[in-house]
Design a protein around this ligand. Structure first.
Ligand code: ADP
Ligand code: MG
Length: 723
């Protein structure tokens, strides 16, 4: 039976249940998935280095003859070394493998091999050669018996993202097999490029022999015929990926723009009068943008981005109030506000209640941790229309929650949800009376997308940016220190607590060398270890002033602790990143982050944003012992820069392609091969191409290619983060 792109990996020879499981960990389930598992790097083995010219410390490919038996020796430390003598026309060297004694019998004198590995001249004085001089060694080399048609030598070799138990050799051979079985089934869904695109969007000369279609690109991204072929292939695949992204966005936007939606009257003066502050100019501008959407009669689909603390909640309140007051008492519109965590949902609930209740708008909370009875009450209030605003976590997404007249769906910290969840809410909660009016959609994010990128990705119309903070904010003093400073930091925290302030300590894990410590364990262990340090700060009435907060706690306990921290009863909160999102306790002035190297720039900026929310000077202390260059740059950036937009631009630069944190932190779509920052030129080309296509064939139904693209879009938008 012949294989297809959809055939399971187990249909390849050599793949049983065990290997299939390991491949699944890499998201590889089908033969087609193997083709889409692109290399993370390449090793150029196209050049053979004569042994006499191999430089110390360089990774070289050599071609040499075995000149004797392999010897196995063991060191006192338990290390077993297999040593194989080799020679070419220019010199001799030994190949070394560690703890693989079975290699002894693999090689025969006189055989010729390709080998690739790091050459070392110095470390092995024991290796006295014929002349008594030390011989160079090549350490743990890859090797292959010399033949006319080498499989993994004499060319550029891919290095794949992998997991334990899957060797590069195995991945290469599986992908090679997948290519030979199914490459001819790969088809184009984006235009075939006349020219090829370089990594900076520059036009490369056309491939001389054949078109750079997707088939060529897939073959050459895995096993490039030449460095040029690799560039052609990458350019095409980046183009394809961005074209698909743009097509999906255009499609979604097209289907949303034409949808009629409720018209809100948008008189919110009552609420604005009740708030304890005046809108900043930035908030006012963004409110005007929202108001224009909400009164247009067309569905709003808007991203509100603003740095931590920029005051997005107030805009959510204004929008919800506009809905609640729109059509008079009888048939006002309801708002659903979706928060990523219980803690945040409860906080929003308290804030909304404070201002809405006195103005006669009922606010309800609906989260997973409520008792069944309370949930039923909240559901009933949503269904009867009594609730003007229903605030909740993903419990809101459940089928059993119905609204009488839903007019607006707001998602806070949108990058925490998949597009499918958001779409689900917007789609499924439409008013049951069959009027067919869809609610407006507003998403808020504090991890700003770099402006340049936002404009290209989403266009000017549907992104609003709050680019200034409310007045009176002080810059948060940020320091990066090593753990040697920990004592002093504890003293500093104690001093702040004495002055009536509060502090957060975030710890992902106590010991960086222990990777399997869960965040919960680490928080508890940390609290235990610091008990004595903070003990004497206990309140006179004996209440503990230090508390732990982690994701594994019972929701009720979490809320209790958050509430006590907000009230000031708890002074020091030792926590995991559950406090990362949106928590607002203005009296907290110190944020300490342990193992700061574990976090990306965007996340550290988020954590820092938990302080500096009140009138007092606030501090952020990042503790790290990491020596890494990237970490050092991150720490420098955070200490110097407090603008989230600037940091987000920098973060994208620092991360580069293939970073395993991905782009989810930005709320950007996850990319497989494209780098949204460095491939900006290609993104522009892809955008133009996608727009032209939709102009010619708005529903993608006129051509075979268009229909294929539509299938691809439907597959692509499933579970993806798109606006
Ligand atoms: P975020 O954008 O991070 O969600 P919040 O909406 O939680 O920020 O606002 C942060 C703090 O700033 C809150 O305490 C809020 O009351 C306050 N705030 C919001 N807007 C203003 C304003 N225009 N003037 C003064 N304080 C404001
Ligand atoms: Mg917020």
């Amino acid at each position: 039976m012949s294989l297809g792109l959809d055939s399971p990996v187990t249909s390849l020879r050599g793949v049983g249940a065990e290997r299939a499981k390991k491949l699944a960990a890499l998201n590889i389930f089908t033969v087609g998935d193997l083709l889409g598992h692109f290399p993370r790097d390449y090793e150029d083995r196209s050049r053979i280095t004569p042994i006499g010219e191999a430089e110390d410390g360089a990774v070289c490919t050599i071609a040499a003859r075995v000149t004797g038996e392999a010897e196995v020796s063991s060191k006192g430390s338990g290390l077993i070394i297999t040593r194989l003598p080799l020679r070419d026309d220019s010199g001799a060297l030994d190949a070394l493998w560690y703890n693989q004694p079975y290699l002894k019998h693999r090689f025969k004198k006189g055989e010729q091999y390709f080998l690739s590995g790091k050459v070392n001249h110095r470390q092995w004085p024991l290796a006295g050669g014929d002349s008594g001089r030390p011989r160079p060694v090549i350490e743990s080399p890859d090797y292959e018996l010399y033949t006319g048609r080498p499989a993994s030598f004499g060319k550029i070799i891919p290095v794949y993202p992998s997991t334990a138990g899957l060797t590069q050799k195995l991945l290469r051979s599986l992908i090679r097999a997948a290519l030979s079985e199914t490459l001819d089934q790969v088809t184009d869904f984006a235009p075939v490029l006349e020219d090829s695109l370089g990594p900076r969007g520059e036009i490369l000369p056309v491939h001389p022999a054949e078109k750079c279609d997707r088939r060529f690109a897939v073959a050459n991204i895995h096993f490039p015929e030449s460095p040029e072929a690799f560039l052609w292939a990458r350019g095409k695949l980046v183009f394809d990926e961005l074209f698909l992204l743009q097509a999906a966005l255009t499609y979604m936007k097209g289907t949303l723009d034409i949808r009629p939606a409720p018209v809100f009257a948008c008189d919110v003066s009552e609420l604005l009068d009740a708030l304890p502050f005046k809108f900043t100019p930035a908030q006012r501008r963004v409110w005007e943008e929202i108001r224009a959407d909400l009164s247009s009669g067309m569905m709003m689909n808007r991203l509100i981005q603003g740095d931590v603390g920029s005051g997005k909640t107030a805009l959510a309140m204004a929008s919800a109030f506009a809905a609640a007051r729109s059509a008079g008492e009888a048939e006002r519109f309801q708002t659903a506000l979706l928060a990523p965590t219980e803690v945040l949902a409860r906080q929003h609930f308290e804030t909304f209640k404070k201002y809405f209740q006195p103005l006669g708008v009922t606010v309800s909370l609906l989260t997973g941790s409520l008792s069944a009875a309370d949930k039923n009450l909240a559901r009933a209030a949503a269904a009867s229309g009594e609730s003007g605003v229903v605030i909740g976590t993903h419990a809101l997404l459940q089928d059993s929650v119905a609204f009488k007249n839903l007019g607006l769906v707001i998602t806070d910290e949108q990058h925490r949800f998949g597009v499918r969840q958001r779409a689900l809410l917007a789609e499924s909660k439409a008013s049951p009376d069959g009027q067919g009016l869809r609610p407006h959609v507003m998403v808020m994010s504090a991890t700003p997308i770099p402006r340049t990128l936002a404009l290209i990705l989403y266009g000017d119309l549907c992104v609003s940016t709050i680019d200034t903070l409310p007045p009176g904010r002080q810059k948060i003093k940020t320091y990066a220190v090593t753990s040697a400073y920990r004592r002093r930091i504890y003293n500093f925290i104690n001093k702040q607590v004495d002055e009536g302030r509060q502090a957060y300590i975030i710890c992902p894990a106590v010991d960086t060398s222990v990777t399997d410590v869960s965040p919960m364990e680490s928080v508890l262990a940390y609290a235990e270890k610091t008990r004595a340090v903070f003990q004497d700060r206990a309140a006179p009435d004996g209440r503990a002033t230090v508390a732990c907060l982690h994701g594994k706690m019972k929701p009720a306990d979490k809320q209790g602790i958050m509430a006590a921290f907000a009230d000031g009863a708890i002074k020091i909160l030792i926590a995991t990143t559950v406090v990362e999102v949106g928590v607002n306790v203005p009296n907290a002035t110190v944020m300490v982050v342990e193992n700061a190297e574990r976090f990306g720039l965007a996340q550290l900026h988020q954590l820092r944003g938990r302080v500096g929310r009140g009138p007092s000077q606030s501090y952020c202390v990042l503790i790290t012992d990491s020596q890494s260059q990237v970490c050092a740059e991150r720490m420098r950036a955070l200490s110097a820069i407090d603008d989230g937009f600037v940091l987000s631009e920098m973060d994208l630069k620092l991360r580069g392609p293939g970073d395993f944190f991905g782009t989810a932190q930005h709320g950007l779509p996850e990319m497989q091969i494209a780098n949204l920052y460095t491939d900006l030129h290609i993104l522009k080309l892809a955008q133009t191409a996608a727009q032209e296509l939709f102009k010619a064939d708005p529903r993608l139904e006129r051509t075979e290619g268009g229909r294929r693209l539509m299938d691809k879009i439907k597959w692509y938008t499933r579970g993806k983060l798109l606006l």
